[in-house]
Every structure is written in C-alpha cells, then in structure tokens.
Design a protein around this ligand. Structure first.
Ligand code: FAD
Length: 392
C-alpha cells in the first residue's frame, strides 16, 4: 500500500488502514521534509507563536508505517503499477493519492521578497517574525485564509489592509446577505477592508492597485485560493477535472484501477447534494480516508457521501459551516446578524441542506444531524433563535 502526500488525508489513510486491520506494508511518501503536521493551527496558534508546530500525534513506527519524507512523487505509471519519485520508482498494489492543494499565487509576485503565502509550516515560520516586527501588512484576498491571517496580524499589533477584488469577503462561498455582517468584523478589529480592489503590481514596500492607489506594505500575504496539487499526474491517464482535481467515484476510486484519491486533491459525486463536490476542508481529509480504507479492505463497496463540515476562527468569532448550499436554496436567518451569535440556514424543498453558525455551536451540532436525517423543517420555527434547532 503506497500513500502519496503526508498531510491530513495521507496520514489518516495510513492510520485507517491499520485500524481496519490491514497487515501488509504501508509506505507514506511526502514532499515536505517535516514530520507530518496539521494545517489549521498554521493560521492560528503557530502563526502567533503560541505553538511551536502542529505535528500529528501519530507514532508511525509502532503503526508499522514507513515514512519517506522530503520525497516528491513525479508521476504514476498505472500499467506497471509504479509510482515515480525523486528517489526512484516505487511499486504498489494499491496507491492512494492525497497530495492536497497548493496556494494560487499572484501573477508576477512569485519569489518576490516580502510576498508570502500561507499553506505550509515553512510559510508560517517565515511569517512569524513579520508579525513580531509589526510590519504594515497588505493581505490580498478576503477569503478564509485572508480573514484568519488578518485576525492574527491584528492580534500581533500590525496595521492590516485587506484588498479584495470582489464586492465582499468570502464572495466565492457565501451570498452577499450573509457576508454583509462579516464585512463589519474587519473594521471592528482595526483592519481596513478594501473591496473592488484589484492588485496591479507589487513593488518593494508597496502594493499598487488597478486604480493607481499605492498601499504601503512591509509585507504582502496572498490568500486568493488553492488548487489541487495534481500537476505531477499529467500524462498518467488518471482523469482530472476542470479545477485540476482528481475525479474520484463514490468509492473514492480514480479512473485508474487500484488508485484512490482523497482530501483536497480530489472531487467526488455527492448523491446527497446531486453534484460533484471538491472540498478543501479539514473534516473531509479526516472522513474520506476511512472510506478509502474500507473500500481497500472490504468486500462490499462503501460510498462516500458526507455532510461537509468546516470551521474558521476569525476576528474573535467561531464560524462553523455544515452541508452545501446552492444559489437557489432558501435562506433563513436565526438571530441578529449584527449581534455576537447568529445562524443562517439554507432549505431546499423544506429540508435543511446547510447552515452557517457564528458563535452557536449547538445549532451547528444539531443542524448537522438534521441535514444527515433529511427531515422536513418549519421555516418559521427555524427562524426563532430561542428555540432549539432540533425542535423546528
Ligand atoms: P494537504 O494538507 O495539503 O497535504 C498534502 C500533502 O501532500 C502536503 O504535505 C504536500 O506537500 C504533499 N504533496 C503534494 N504534492 C506531492 C507530491 N507530488 N509528492 C509527495 N507529496 C506531495 N480547514 C478547516 O476546516 N478549518 C480550518 O480552520 C482550516 N484552517 C486552515 C489553515 C491553513 C493555513 C490552511 C493552509 C488550511 C486550513 N484548512 C482548514 C484546510 C485544511 O487544512 C485542509 O483541508 C487539509 O489540510 C487537507 O488535507 P490534505 O491531506 O488533503 O492536503
């Protein structure tokens, strides 16, 4: 058994295989030189120096998992059942692809001093002194990473300007109505949010916007999204989708025999939502591997159809989202969006399909179960924040 990518999904695949009784050899191959680590703390405790690192507490040796770190996979030759790596070919019976995602760079700024990304432990370590020295920082992109980085930078006392090309934060994830109260969080924290702002170029010490505005910048942090890290699979015959993601089936098998894909690098068909999902969140990299291991080990195929879940910690708030919504779904508010805690629910034909909870973890926990159950809900009862969600 060979697993490529030693992030959350790769590590959990190795762990799940052992948990489910796999007795053969398991080799986990990762491009990064570090002991496998968890990413969410990178934009939180690790960035602020409250935690040194976020290595997984997994004893690979006692699990009987061979780690090959600092070794990038270069290609797959399915006919030969071989993986090509920097250290030479590795034969496999079953291969699991878990190479995650890589951040999208701002064209023209690759390798420019003072321009940072935030994906790896090395990135976080480079950014720590930037915060400690209280640089004036321009963050490009008001998505999840941009918001979390801005939160940490403000906590460290830096002056922060966030520039966003769209008309609001999280434009790719949430409708304007839901993003509106989040816009206020930036100003409340002392960060400046500039929407409709396109970066023209980055110069030493400044970010120049398309309208000619020059923003002083001791450092620039680019958080404009991530794409599946699958360039290395070109020519392998493994089907990739429009976003470069590995196209897996409901069992998380790829288009090629004996090759599975899981985590940020792969999309899967969701029967629950009637569309293919490409999820770039931690819980998917935890749950998916269990299905992969079950399908490798079991006689009966197991289908992967989760209620996706993620959280974000931004501007002193705990934001959680479960499910998946589409533009046509009906939106129901629970609570005052100007207040510290509120929830938004999305209904499709009276059934809860997703919810976003800000400071209301109980709503999230109950909502997640209701989505799974697919029970019909009363929208009026749902809108009453004083009533438990499960009773609506
Ligand atoms: P990755 O974690 O990207 O791991 C893939 C690994 O594969 C990497 O180590 C990479 O180096 C390696 N690799 C890539 N190509 C190759 C190759 N060719 N050969 C060998 N190895 C290769 N999600 C949440 O739900 N909540 C959060 O609060 C949250 N915070 C986050 C904060 C940050 C800063 C980041 C970056 C992500 C955050 N996420 C969060 C998302 C979450 O961390 C990811 O969804 C999760 O890490 C995905 O795991 P993965 O194993 O699929 O991919």
């Amino acid at each position: 058994m060979v697993v490529v990518g030693a992030g959350m999904a790769g590590v959990q695949t190795a762990v799940a295989l052992r948990e489910q009784g796999f007795k053969g050899t398991v080799t986990l191959i990762g491009a990064e030189p570090h002991q496998p680590y968890d990413r969410p703390p990178l934009s939180k405790a690790v960035l602020l120096g409250k935690a040194e690192d976020s290595a997984f507490e997994v004893d690979f040796e006692s699990l009987g998992v061979e780690l090959r770190l600092g070794c990038a996979a270069l290609g797959v030759r399915p006919a030969a059942h071989e993986l090509d790596t920097e250290a030479g070919p590795v034969p496999y019976d079953v291969l699991v692809l878990a190479t995650g995602a890589e951040p999208i760079t701002l064209p023209g700024t690759e390798g420019v001093p003072g321009v940072h990304l935030l994906r790896t432990l090395d990135d976080a370590e480079r950014l720590r002194p930037v915060l400690a020295e209280q640089h004036e920082i321009v963050v490009v992109g008001a998505g999840w990473i941009g918001a979390e980085f801005a939160t940490a930078a403000r906590a460290a006392g830096c002056a922060v300007t966030v520039v966003e090309a769209a008309d609001r934060p999280l434009a790719g994830a949430l409708p304007a109505e839901v993003a509106a109260p989040m816009t206020a969080w930036y100003a409340e924290s002392g960060a400046t949010l500039r929407t409709h702002a396109r970066v023209e170029r980055v110069e030493p010490g400044a970010v120049v916007l398309a309208d000619g505005t020059r923003l002083p910048a001791g450092a620039v942090v680019v958080g404009i999204g991530a794409r599946p890290a699958t360039g290395w699979l070109a020519g392998s015959g493994i089907e990739l989708g429009a976003h470069g993601e590995i196209v897996a089936d409901a069992r998380l098998l790829t288009s090629v025999e004996d090759v599975y894909a899981v985590g940020d690098c792969a999309s899967f068909p969701s029967a629950r939502y009637g569309e293919r999902l490409l999820v770039h969140h931690w819980d998917n990299a935890l749950q998916g591997p269990r299905t992969v291991a079950a399908n490798i080990m079991g006689e009966t195929p197991t289908e992967y159809d989760p209620v996706p879940y993620f959280w974000s910690e931004q501007f002193g708030r705990f934001v959680q989202y479960a499910g998946h919504h589409a533009a046509a779904d009906r939106l129901v508010w629970r609570g005052d969006p100007a207040g510290p805690a509120w929830t938004v629910c999305w209904l499709r034909a009276d059934r809860l399909v997703s919810l976003l909870a800000v400071g209301r973890p109980r709503d999230l926990a109950q909502g997640r179960r209701l989505i799974e159950a697919g029970r019909r809900m009363d929208a009026r009862a749902l809108a009453d924040p004083g009533r438990p969600l499960k009773d609506a």
